[in-house]
Design a protein around this ligand. Structure first.
Ligand SMILES: [Zn+2]
Length: 225
């Protein structure tokens, strides 16, 4: 299954929960990119990833290579949850080619059973992102009002100091949403045409949203149409 949704829609959290429910890997490009910079800072791949520091996107080729490496692992043989990939139609085509372009409903691992698109209004996104606190060490995220850490400004998971990501500042949010509308939103039509799309209301408490995600994700194969 792959997740789609604008920045702040909660697809990372929901994707991780679904993967853990199913006992399959949560393949998050954000987490993978962080991990590559930590584990293999001098590799060719790390050099290609470092463009993010200049505010650029990782190339389609690099993103594809990183995801393919994860999907080829034996842990992914029973299935996987993709989060942050594909980000545009070109990447979606590359993924489809990689997965062997089998029809929906073919047994895993070499097919996508469905795509969950989280739908959230822009005002709700702004509230979420403007209050978001992120741990630069382990990637955990909190919210000033909705999900504050136990100790102010400190990560519950690893004890590191929390920060507001550059990316979550209002002026950067506009740019991120614009990028999403231009490049990623066309994927909604792309997957609808292929009978794989499930739109899920992404507003409300995390548990409520997860209930909807779980119900949508339980429908497989031709049920997705
Ligand atoms: Zn942390």
């Amino acid at each position: 299954v792959a997740f789609l949704g604008p920045p702040g829609s909660g697809k990372g959290t929901q994707g991780a929960r679904l993967a853990s429910l199913w006992g399959v890997p949560h393949v998050s490009t954000g987490d993978l990119l962080r991990q590559i910079l930590l584990d293999e800072p001098h590799s060719e791949l790390a050099r290609a990833v470092r463009v993010i520091a200049d505010g650029r996107m990782v190339s389609d080729e690099t993103a594809g290579e990183i995801v393919a490496r994860e999907l080829e692992r034996p842990e992914a043989a029973r299935g996987f949850v993709l989060d942050g990939y594909p980000r545009n139609v070109r990447q979606a085509c590359a993924l489809q080619a990689f997965l062997g372009e089998q029809p929906p409903g073919a047994p895993p691992p070499h097919s996508l059973d469905g795509v969950i698109a989280l739908v959230v209004r822009e005002e709700a996104l702004l509230h979420r992102l403007a209050g978001r606190l992120t741990c630069p060490n382990c990637g955990a995220s909190f919210h000033l009002q909705d999900d504050p850490p136990a100790a102010e400004g400190v990560c519950d998971r690893c004890g590191h100091r929390l920060v507001t990501r550059e990316d979550d500042r209002p002026e950067r949010l506009r740019t991120r949403w614009q990028l999403y509308h231009e490049r990623t939103e066309p994927l909604i039509g792309f997957y609808r045409e292929r009978g794989l799309l499930r739109e899920v209301d992404g507003e409300g408490a995390e548990d409520e949203v997860f209930d909807r995600v779980r119900r949508a994700a339980a429908k497989r194969g031709t049920d997705w149409r």
